[in-house]
Design a protein around this ligand. Structure first.
Ligand code: R5P
Length: 304
């Protein structure tokens, strides 16, 4: 298998290749002076199984938006097909545009469908992602016609938390109902109980931002460490509100595990000043909290 890393995930691709026991393939990616991207595949891919790793993340504070990562990925896959690759597996550890998986107001674009169609149209034969945010549909396979699989970083995050923070009488919490699956997985790793809070998002028609209201489930956190498990920390608003509630409930220390540290708009500061001791994230989005690599999970899926 040839493993290629797009410019959003070259470090992660190196790690995956090492786990798989292959060298990472050679790509040349540069920009023309006007910003257009140039892509060249330097390996002979004819008749080969190729995996392309490119996380489709935004980093608004650094003016990085997924759109360019997406276009680069489409060019790579299209070229692989033209050059005769036998199979093309796209691994997008963070799948941007997944959250709009339903039409909440008439006339809205279903961005999750658009991205899936684009990837299929250029020649992707299989799609892999990690802890995908498709809350209404539940399964990434529902937006693709090709085989598509959602992997999870939560077992790795749970193991890492156990080793590094040694939580005392931990209670794992999903900040909203949709986080039940992640809280349950982390709780298993920590041999702990878990629960979920209830979250209501109120978005007025025409507004891009929504207001979050969190309601706690009655649990006894006195003297115990609370460990949040969620897929994304974006603005940190959800986590900050849930953290303040845990503090009022008497939690001793409060930690947060998340797969995708988007960390937009001062999120880290927001959650820390609410009382979070430590945030542990993965390298689906490179950031200062990306202490856990999803490479072993991706490598295992590619080998299977
Ligand atoms: C959504 O429901 C997700 O699971 C996260 O809880 C959400 O994306 C976090 O967003 P924010 O950090 O902006 O509150």
């Amino acid at each position: 298998m040839i493993i290629l890393g797009g410019s959003a995930s070259s470090d992660l691709a190196e790690k995956v290749a090492k786990e798989v026991g292959e060298n990472v393939g050679r790509l040349e990616i540069k920009r023309f002076p006007d910003g257009d991207k140039y892509v060249r595949i330097l390996d002979d891919v004819k008749g080969q199984d190729v995996a392309v790793i490119q996380s489709l993340y935004h980093k608004p504070d650094q003016h990085i938006y997924a759109d360019l990562h997406i276009f680069e990925l489409l060019m790579i896959v299209d070229t692989l097909r033209d050059l005769g690759a036998k199979t093309i597996t796209v691994v997008a550890p963070y799948l941007a545009y997944a959250r709009q998986d339903s039409r909440f107001y008439p006339g809205e674009a279903l961005s999750s469908q658009v991205i899936a169609r684009l990837l299929e149209d250029v020649g992707t034969t299989k799609f892999l992602t990690v802890d995908c945010h498709l809350h209404r549909l539940g399964d990434v396979a529902k937006i693709f016609k090709i085989p598509a699989q959602n992997l999870s970083a939560m077992p790795l995050l749970g193991k890492y938390a156990l080793k590094t923070i040694h939580p005392k009488k931990p209670f794992v919490i999903g900040p909203d109902e949709e986080a039940e699956q992640w809280a349950a997985t982390v709780a298993k790793e920590l041999d702990a109980e878990h629960t979920v809070f209830q979250k209501k998002r109120v978005r007025k028609e025409g507004a891009t931002e929504s207001k979050v209201e969190i309601t706690a489930t009655e649990v006894d956190l006195k003297g115990r460490d609370a460990v949040f498990a969620d897929d994304i920390i974006s603005t940190g608003d959800t986590l900050a509100k849930a953290t303040r509630i845990c503090k009022k409930m008497g939690a001793r220390r409060i930690y947060a595990l998340c797969t995708h540290p988007v960390l937009a708009d001062g999120a880290l500061m927001r959650v820390k000043s609410a009382g979070i001791q430590k945030v542990i994230g993965t390298d689906t989005i490179p950031s200062i909290v990306s202490q856990v690599s999803v490479a072993p999970v991706i490598a295992a899926a590619l080998k299977s």
